[in-house]
Design a protein around this ligand. Structure first.
Ligand code: FNR
Length: 509
């Protein structure tokens, strides 16, 4: 695997730090607008603890403010919002990104397992600029699963995770650590990390038991910068150092680092990245809200981030109103942005209706009253290898001396899902559920037909089913005749079935 570290350079960069809940898409876009070079995102840990394969780049948009329906087109890009969403099984959007940040967003994950980390990284790598591993989170919810700062005391695991990621994906890999109890231990660890081939190392200059208000150890970040040749990204300066843009460079110099990563100072006012100096908080908040509405950010998250910006002003009239707001519309009212809210939501809803109309066109194509519809899906795991509902249907048609089943498949442009209609004895059948591939859609149509006709579908659970018995007889006949050169061309006849447990394979005497 060629590691592409040229695409994202970590030298001389002002970087938005990963911040769970804060670093969602609107905040990242705003930071980029104000001049951040790279933005890190953090994803709540729950999907990574779950089986990663349930966590999909998807066509579905969880119900948000606008209750937009699934609106996906090419490659999972949601047409209405123009985003790529990764969604947990409960339909919750765990990571939303868009083209605008694609070359500058680094996806941070919490992990304690190299293979799972790789699986997640592969899932997202085409939509991000880099992958980061969180090795600094001291919170119990991370450390008790061996993630975050718990990794700092397990260098072998660190090496295994980072080497697996560096070898396994094409995007640059970084990690974010905290410092260890002694300088020697810290230097020894970062040297090990450097050898894994990571593109950069972000160092939060505090020990894992130190709180954010404790002074940051610039001397240790400096010692790390001198000890390794990869870029070191200094972090931890918001409290003591970074009050305005020029402080970013001062912090970089004090730590001898290549780049600076900012968390709290950016959370309080993302215009910290602006070379010309910070903007008025009121204007910053309005810009933030625009992105939040535009990208259908959940109102609770929007409110949380705005509260972080208001800080001491939370007790004033505006702060109290924000606290009381129960929807994005109410948040917009607090900031006198009702007009913007109405215009934007109308625009998004308009786009949504257009897409619904396109859907309707496709639905009309298959909306034939003569079609018998059943809500079924094909799940390969329910069938013995090489036995499929299509085969069962074909065999049944042969037995009944009917013409072969005919499949017609339609692809829905909106989400590129497929629906197949099978015609058997002049009757049409389809599943009402749309499938990811033409093959699956055809199998589902076959099931719809078999189930309507009360015929066996070939499942493991039908161990004594008609098809398996028949196949057993056929195979036995072939064996007896020594006829292995059969050239029958159908799926149903040229593959040797594997029989379900409990059904003896007749080929073995
Ligand atoms: C954080 N931090 C953090 N770090 C990390 O690696 N992953 C994460 O998910 C989070 N989440 C998070 C949320 C919030 C609200 C804050 C304030 C911080 C830590 C952060 O990235 C940074 O290391 C510290 O805040 C120190 O940097 P500053 O704040 O001094 O610039």
């Amino acid at each position: 695997m060629t590691v592409n570290t040229t695409s994202l350079c970590f030298r001389n960069k002002a970087i938005l730090a990963p911040m769970v809940r804060v670093g969602t898409l609107p905040m990242r876009l705003l930071a980029l607008d104000y001049g951040a070079d790279i933005v890190y995102c953090e994803v709540e840990r729950f999907p990574l603890r779950q089986n990663w394969f349930w966590w999909l780049k998807t066509t579905r948009l969880g119900l948000g403010l606008l209750s937009l329906k699934a609106q996906s087109h090419n490659n999972g890009i949601l047409e209405v919002l123009g985003t790529v969403d990764f969604v947990a099984p409960n339909e919750r959007v765990v990571f939303r990104t868009c083209e605008k940040e694609k070359d500058r967003v680094v996806f941070q994950m919490g992990t304690a397992d190299a293979e799972r980390a790789l699986a997640v990284a592969r899932l997202v790598e085409n939509d991000v600029a880099g992958i980061d591993v969180n090795m600094g989170c001291p919170k119990e919810y991370s450390t008790k699963g061996g993630m975050g700062a718990a990794l700092l005391s397990d260098p072998e695991k660190i090496e295994s995770i980072l080497t697996t990621l560096v070898k396994g994906i094409c995007k640059p890999v970084t990690c974010k650590i905290r410092i260890l109890p002694t300088k020697e231990e810290t230097i020894s660890l970062v040297k090990k990390i450097e050898h894994t081939g990571v593109a950069a190392i972000a160092v939060h200059g505090r020990k894992k038991e130190e709180r954010p208000q404790h002074p940051v150890h610039c001397d240790l970040i400096k010692a790390i910068s001198e000890a390794v040749s990869i870029p070191v990204i200094a972090n931890g300066g918001s409290h003591d150092f970074i009050k305005e843009y020029s402080d970013i460079e001062a912090f970089r110099k004090a730590t001898g680092a290549s780049s600076v990563m900012i968390a709290r100072a950016a959370m309080w006012n993302p215009s910290i990245f602006r070379k010309e100096g910070p903007c008025l908080l009121k204007d910053v908040m309005q810009e933030y809200i625009k992105y939040a509405v535009r990208y259908d950010n959940h109102y609770t998250n929007t409110k949380y981030c705005l509260c972080q910006m208001l800080r001491e002003q939370l007790e004033n009239a505006q702060g109290k109103k924000l606290h009381a707001a129960q929807s994005m519309q109410e948040i917009c009212e607090v900031f006198e942005m009702c007009h913007f809210y109405e215009e934007t939501t109308a625009l998004l809803e308009g786009k949504n209706s257009l897409l619904e109309a396109t859907d309707q066109d496709v639905d009309d194509q298959i909306e034939d009253t003569d079609v018998i519809k059943v809500a079924v899906r094909f799940d390969k795991r329910e069938y013995p290898p090489q036995i499929t509902p299509k085969m069962c249907l074909l065999e049944w048609c042969r037995k009944e001396k009917l013409p072969q089943p005919v499949y017609e498949t339609i692809e829905r442009p909106r989400d590129r899902l497929f629906c197949s209609i099978v015609t058997v004895a002049e009757q049409k059948y389809r599943s009402t559920l749309w499938e990811k591939s033409k093959k699956l859609a055809e199998q589902a149509a076959a099931i719809a037909c078999l189930r309507t006709l009360g015929l066996p579908e070939g499942k493991w659970s039908e161990a004594a089913n008609h098809l398996v018995n028949k196949r057993k007889r056929q195979d036995q006949e072939l064996l007896n005749n020594g006829d292995h050169g059969n050239s029958l061309e159908t799926e149903a006849t040229y593959k040797k079935p594997h029989f379900p447990p409990g059904v003896p394979n007749p080929n073995i005497s």
